[in-house]
Design a protein around this ligand. Sequence first.
Ligand code: ATP
Length: 289
Amino acid sequence: IEIKPGGVQEIPEVTYEDIGGMKDVIQKVRELVELPLRHPEIFERLGIEPPKGVLLYGPPGTGKTLLAKAVANESGAYFISINGPEIVSKYVGESEAKLREIFEEAQKNAPAIIFIDEIDAIAPKRDEAVGEVERRLVAQLLTLMDGLKSRGKVIVIAATNRPNALDPALRRPGRFDREIEVPVPNEEARYEILKVHTRRVPLGKRVVEKVDGKTVEKYVPLTKEEKEQLLRKLAAMTHGFVGADLAALVKEAAMNAIRRVIPDILALKEEKLPKELLEKLMVTEEDFK
Ligand code: ATP
């Protein structure tokens, strides 16, 4: 995969299955983005314009980028991502040209999604103290969007934490005229997100047994029910956590599990990890503390 400066392009591997607790949001994205990308003829038949721009708004870490990548992947669309602050600062004097380049590239590779993260950095309200660069960038973005003649084949998805800080011109018809809220997850959604992030994590518990008068400890995998119980408990305890926080929580727990076997590993003489040691590596409830 070729990575060009600025527009980081990639073939996202994210699917809808990797997103937890956002069924309604995914449904809306599928209608607004996947449908026109895959079947522009539907809109043509009805004589209406498919959406060109969709604004995702919600706090940081709630999965906006994940969602944009998933819809690109699931629609078989080319994906170009740009970051608001970066395009302002990195391409001094060339920001507008860079933006034009990205739109051209998308049109050439349609169906395509252009993802603009932190769009508020390039398109703040004009009455806010805005620099000349930002003013010209907004104008350029509006021109490019108005000029999109691709009939649903190129869709711009923008993300922001501050929808009300955006230049209202951006939200007029034919531009980012569809908005989807990506909220902080509730308990049920947190459970779903934890399920996604522990999909490949061996969850277990420590049991201590007496064998021939000696105490031995071992780790056994959780049953399906125990697993659900643990994830429900964690979901209940993590009020206010967003998806990014929950992903970090699982990673931290896995690190704690690793720390448990570090002494054993360092004491090893042989190169290869013995199977028993690897099998001991399980993430337990205590590791989430
Ligand atoms: P920002 O506004 O800070 O860019 P964002 O809303 O774009 O945040 P992402 O970058 O998509 O958030 O999320 C960061 C990470 O958090 C993801 O890579 C993923 O691991 C995890 N994550 C966030 N939301 C979810 C979710 N709903 N399901 C599963 N994982 C999630």
